[in-house]
Design a protein around this ligand. Structure first.
Ligand code: LMR
Length: 332
């Protein structure tokens, strides 16, 4: 009896007993550590741990080590992981299909146009819509413009005819590949390399940093610098977990994420340019730049996708994106 009292008294002393276990944030993602997203995740980890004085430990799991694209969304909702940064093309299955507006072909003339959408009211509204799904959207991370790859040159729209092209789960990307005459195949990012190797798909779209780190250039003889689409991520957390954090910890993490976001957005274009240069230097892949006439033919083939997707995305979402991006739809 007496011993029990002593123990209780000892545990009540400040600093006595077990040191408090850190709050663990499992941050899962699907790409290599040596990519803009991989680096930004590690930057967030370093900042978060330093600013909370070790009260938070961030465990980053790259390369789909824990979960593939669709599974990681489910794991976040269940609380098996606390943080993700999926591409904006992967929110449809979650039920927030308006994120696919970012996949409309040739919507963004440059990075500033893209940022104007994420930094504006539409960007904020889309993150807000995640709350009904038990998810809190914290930031957007840019990863630049998409290019196309295959084992044949892709210059004319007719070059796509019959090609099986891997896409992310977005219906806008599905419509885009169909508009080019290709056959879209939805597939998790972690399965892409093997699918190209075994001939399950013939080609893909993607960004140079992902092509280089997945060694796609060793499997694809041709790449077209089309910049027809754009890849970016939303950094998201389990809402219940986030709201339940001590306020001072959440503030520190908010600050760490803000800084990691600035870093992510600052390195996206230089990292992708460097990756493109490495792919070029490897000599494994031939790079194609479209002539103005070829580019115009791509645009003509792809513009109807905007119209076709109105019922899915909603006119209001499309109009808001156009306005923020400064996009003027060509007159028909
Ligand atoms: C893809 O699936 O191609 C990309 O979303 C992968 C990524 O996270 O960059």
């Amino acid at each position: 009896m007496q011993r029990r009292h002593l123990l209780a008294a000892a545990l009540a002393l400040p600093g006595a007993g077990r040191a408090q276990a850190p709050i663990v944030i499992k941050f899962s993602h699907v790409v290599a550590p040596d990519t803009p997203k991989g680096k930004a995740a590690l930057r967030f980890k370093a900042l978060a741990e330093a600013r909370t004085g070790g009260r938070v430990r961030v465990e980053v799991y790259p390369d789909s080590q824990l979960y593939k694209d669709k599974e990681e969304m489910e794991a976040l909702q269940l609380g098996s992981v606390q943080m993700l940064a999926p591409s904006l093309a992967k929110f449809g299955p979650l039920g927030v299909k308006e994120f696919e507006v970012f996949d409309l072909p040739f919507l963004f003339k440059d990075t500033e146009a893209f940022r104007a959408v994420t930094d504006g009211p539409l960007g904020a509204e889309l993150l807000r819509r995640l709350e009904a799904k038990g998810i809190k959207g914290l930031a957007y991370w840019d990863n630049g413009f998409q290019i196309m790859s295959a084992n044949r040159p892709l210059r004319q729209v007719s070059d796509f005819k019959g090609l099986k092209m891997r896409i992310q789960s977005s219906k806008v990307l599905d419509a885009q590949m169909r508009a080019l005459g290709a056959i879209p195949q939805v597939m998790a990012f972690s399965e892409l390399r093997q699918a190209l190797q075994t001939g399950l798909v013939d080609g893909t779209e993607g960004v140079p940093s992902n092509f280089l780190t997945q060694k796609i250039h060793e499997l694809q003889k041709h790449m077209t610098l089309s910049n027809h689409g754009h890849l970016a991520y939303a950094v998201i957390v389990n809402k219940k977990f986030w709201d339940g954090l001590p306020a001072d910890v959440r503030t520190a993490l908010d600050g760490a994420l803000k800084e990691a976001t600035t870093y992510a957005n600052a390195i996206a274009s230089t990292e992708n340019e460097a990756a493109l240069a490495s792919i070029r230097a490897s000599g494994r892949t031939r790079m194609h730049t479209l002539t103005p006439a070829e580019l115009e033919a791509w645009r003509e083939a792809l513009m109807p996708v905007h119209q076709e997707m109105t019922s899915r995305l909603g006119q209001a979402t499309i109009t808001a994106a156009y306005r923020a991006a400064g996009f003027v739809a060509p007159s028909r």
